[in-house]
Design a protein around this ligand. Sequence first.
Ligand code: HEM
Ligand SMILES: *[C@@H]1O[C@H](CO)[C@@H](O)[C@H](O)[C@H]1NC(C)=O
Ligand SMILES: *[C@@H]1O[C@H](CO)[C@@H](O)[C@H](O)[C@H]1NC(C)=O
Ligand SMILES: *[C@@H]1O[C@H](CO)[C@@H](O)[C@H](O)[C@H]1NC(C)=O
Ligand SMILES: *[C@@H]1O[C@H](CO)[C@@H](O)[C@H](O)[C@H]1NC(C)=O
Length: 547
Amino acid sequence: MQPSSSSSMAIQVVSISTIIIISIFFRKYFIKKTTTNQPGLPPGPTPLPFIGCTIQMLLNRPTFRWIHKLMDHFNTPILCIKLGPSTHVIAVSSPNLACEFLRKQDVVFSSRPETLSTYLVSDGYKTTILSPNGNQWKKMRTILIHDVLAPPMHKWLQPTRDDEANHLLSYIYNQIEKKDTLTDGGLVNIRNTSQHYFGNLIRMMIFGTRFFGAGMEDGGPGEEETEHVASVFIILKYLYAFSISDFFPWLRGKTDFEGHQKIIGTAIQRVRKYQDPLIDERIQMWKDGVRKLKEDVLDVLINHESPKLTDQEIKAQILELMLAAIDNSSNAIEWAMAEMINDPTILKRAVAELDKEVGHNRLVEERDLPQLNYIKACIKEAFRLHPFAPFNIPHVSMRNTTVAGYFIPKGSHVLLSRPGLGRNPNAWTNPMRFDPDRHVDAKGKQVVLSDNDLRMLSFSTGRRGCPGVALGSTITTMMLARMVQGFSWELPQNESGVNLVENHDDLALAKPLVVIAKPRLPHYLYPKTENDEEDDRRQSQESLIDR
Ligand code: HEM
Ligand SMILES: *[C@@H]1O[C@H](CO)[C@@H](O)[C@H](O)[C@H]1NC(C)=O
Ligand SMILES: *[C@@H]1O[C@H](CO)[C@@H](O)[C@H](O)[C@H]1NC(C)=O
Ligand SMILES: *[C@@H]1O[C@H](CO)[C@@H](O)[C@H](O)[C@H]1NC(C)=O
Ligand SMILES: *[C@@H]1O[C@H](CO)[C@@H](O)[C@H](O)[C@H]1NC(C)=O
């Protein structure tokens, strides 16, 4: 080895190290300088000027899977993606961080994004769920809380809910009987049955009628209800669909190259063509004095005083209530049934609970629900593991703020990941397992479907939290209880197990659940004709206090 080469090597080593040390020092100094004045954004892909990460988003549909992949890639429970020139989308998948947003800084994050689809659905933000923070949102939310969903109203509407719970049994029973195979059972499509159960229920509560048309003879939906419910689901699908114009607002209404605007516009029309004429007719009846008794939610909304609601407000709010009541509940029923049928020990325990708490001589009623902790735990487990939507409805920040050491600019869209919370291995042991027992308290404390600590997202929490917790919990639990008590459920003979695979584009079960039902109660207990029920309901409603 020559001395000269070794010394030049030493010089190289020294100079390289010096450069590294200096750059580290300056880097540190540089970063420190920026962080002391303003914390950085959460980690995420580097945005291009003006368009942000829009191209990547378009190349990676469905967007929710892309966002979850990025969170894995950056190994972070909070991610920032810039879309368009100015929108920061913040995705969150840990309960602690979720509480920072929706509990600690709830006030800051209590607005909603302004997008073309939400503008159209809410008819210019006349409603509650979709409206940004402001007086209109406050007004409509207050009316819903005090006059539609408050405990006295909940009680007032119980006969209506009971009626639908009876209708459910007779409808399934008729489907079996129709096939003349009572003992062999009949095939029941759980997706259709649950979607129409909640569709019927909300129509009954609002309009006092189950069917817009004549319905089917066996109690099933007619073509009007089929179109109505299908259109509600189309609206839900395109509501927060990461459309280009959500992030480039000046494109709104000018181009529609994804076709979202047309699809959602048509779906809104299809829902409204059944509802709006009924609303107009009813408003006229009150004006003419031919209707004097409040019998349903529509009557309550029409007669609301100070503030009085406009026809447009009533119509838009009713459309929004349809969206609120059908999706999450029907999806939970289908997944719960799928998981229970797939694991007969779970189904058996649910049946045993009903046999113990209610027995075989009468139908389960709403007053039994507090005792049905295992049934509720099954629903809660479906909410946890199989949410309908990948994200909570977006929350928008109303000013610049700092969360968990990160800068969150005003106008950011905060998306709480429902699978990120519910399937989070730090919050749940063995998270992918459907295990209702994890919600059952050994001391017998009542199971509730909400989770204010946001370890899962069922009804959310805070100023924007779901005001329909009581109603949503009651109707979902009641449907599962009736299904489990009223029938025994098994797979068709040619199938060995339920295929528990979710869709690629959303989180629904990929293939609608179709299973065999057999009656398991004495036959006289199954409610019979529609007409008898109709009479019962009228009688019980006539005896109600006029609110
Ligand atoms: C099992 C059924 C239901 C579930 C799981 C559910 C869940 C939710 C969730 C997660 C939100 C968003 C909360 C947030 O932004 O942080 C929400 C909002 C809302 N829900 Fe529900 N919901 C259900 C049933 C209902 C029902 C039956 C109604 C009324 C008829 C209702 C009315 C609303 C309203 C009005 C909002 C908007 C609140 C606001 O933005 O101020 N929900 N719900
Ligand atoms: C039942 O579901 C199938 C698809 O799963 C659908 O094509 C059909 O229209 C639904 N029927 C009703 C009555 O909603
Ligand atoms: C059901 O839950 C999802 C996710 O939290 C939400 O996006 C959807 O709008 C909810 N439905 C309502 C409004 O109740
Ligand atoms: C919010 O933060 C942005 C930087 O992203 C800044 O330009 C703006 O002035 C801030 N607004 C307020 C009100 O502090
Ligand atoms: C089982 O048979 C039914 C019709 O009886 C059919 O709809 C279903 O697709 C079959 N399932 C399998 C897995 O072959």
